[in-house]
Structures are given as C-alpha cells and as structure tokens.
Write a protein that binds this ligand. Structure first.
Ligand code: HEC
Length: 115
C-alpha cells in the first residue's frame, strides 16, 4: 500500500488554522473580564448581561470578541470617538480589553427573526 503523505499534510494544515482561530478567541479570560466589568462599571450602561441599560448604549452580549477588541482599541487610539467611551477606554490595558471582550463575547444569546 502506498502512503499518501499529502493528505496528512493538508489535514495538518487545516488543523493548524483551526487551532490558531481557537487561540485568538481564547486570548482573554472571561472570568477576569466579568470582574473588570464591575470594576470599570461597564454594566451601568451595557449591563452585566450585555444588554444595554441606556437607550444610547449598544448591546454587547454575544458580540464577536474580535469586534469588541477592535472597537475598544479604536476608542483608545482616537480612530473612533465618543465622549464616554474614549474616556473609559483610555483607562484600559491590553489585558483588560481582551478580558472584557472575552466576557461579553461569552454571553449566550438567542435571536428570533420577525415572522
Ligand atoms: C456611561 C455609559 C457607558 C459606560 C460606563 C461604558 N460604555 Fe461602552 N458605550 C457607551 C456608548 C454610549 C457607546 C456607543 C458609542 C458610539 O456611538 O460610538 C458605547 C460603545 C461601546 C462599544 C462599541 C460597541 C459597538 O457595537 O460598536 C464597546 C465594545 C463598549 N462600549 C465597551 C465598554 C466597556 C468594556 C466598558 C467598561 C470598561 C464600557 N463600554 C463602559 C456607553 C458606556
């Protein structure tokens, strides 16, 4: 029997991509993120459950962690500006941003489209 190594190489490449994707998502610590939500009072506006408590604040529950990290980094750099969020983000470290994003992203949501 001939041993076709190319199949295994392809499978290994797919697995590597999947593992890398998993690592990106696992960058932050959701448990630490929950503590940091309370520490920085994000829940006042975004809720501890990620459902906004103010009409002008967005829901964060179940949002993609990459999107959340990017939004917070943009508030920090000034690429995105908002009086409240620019101030809030200026106090966050990279680890805080990853943990906060991991927490809000880990909240399970269900949706129901209108009939
Ligand atoms: C006083 C209210 C308030 C607090 C406290 C607050 N936010 Fe916000 N946040 C807002 C508002 C309002 C916006 C919408 C800003 C805009 O229009 O760009 C926002 C936007 C965001 C966004 C972008 C969401 C999107 O859909 O683009 C993220 C992420 C976010 N906040 C995370 C946090 C985190 C994490 C904390 C705590 C460290 C926090 N916020 C604290 C009011 C608040």
């Amino acid at each position: 029997m001939r041993f076709d190594v190319s199949k295994y190489v392809a499978a290994a490449a797919v697995l590597t991509v999947m593992l890398n994707a998993a690592t990106v998502e696992a960058q932050g610590d959701a448990t630490a993120g929950r503590q940091k939500v309370l520490q920085f009072h994000c829940e006042t506006c975004h809720g501890l459950d990620g459902i906004a408590k103010l009409p002008g604040a967005p829901n964060l529950a179940g949002q993609s962690p990459d999107y959340l990290v990017q939004a917070l980094q943009e508030f920090q750099s000034g690429a995105r500006q908002n009086g409240i969020m620019s101030l809030v983000a200026s106090k966050l470290s990279d680890a805080d941003i990853n943990d906060l994003a991991a927490y809000y992203a880990s909240i399970k949501i269900t949706v129901e489209s209108p009939k």
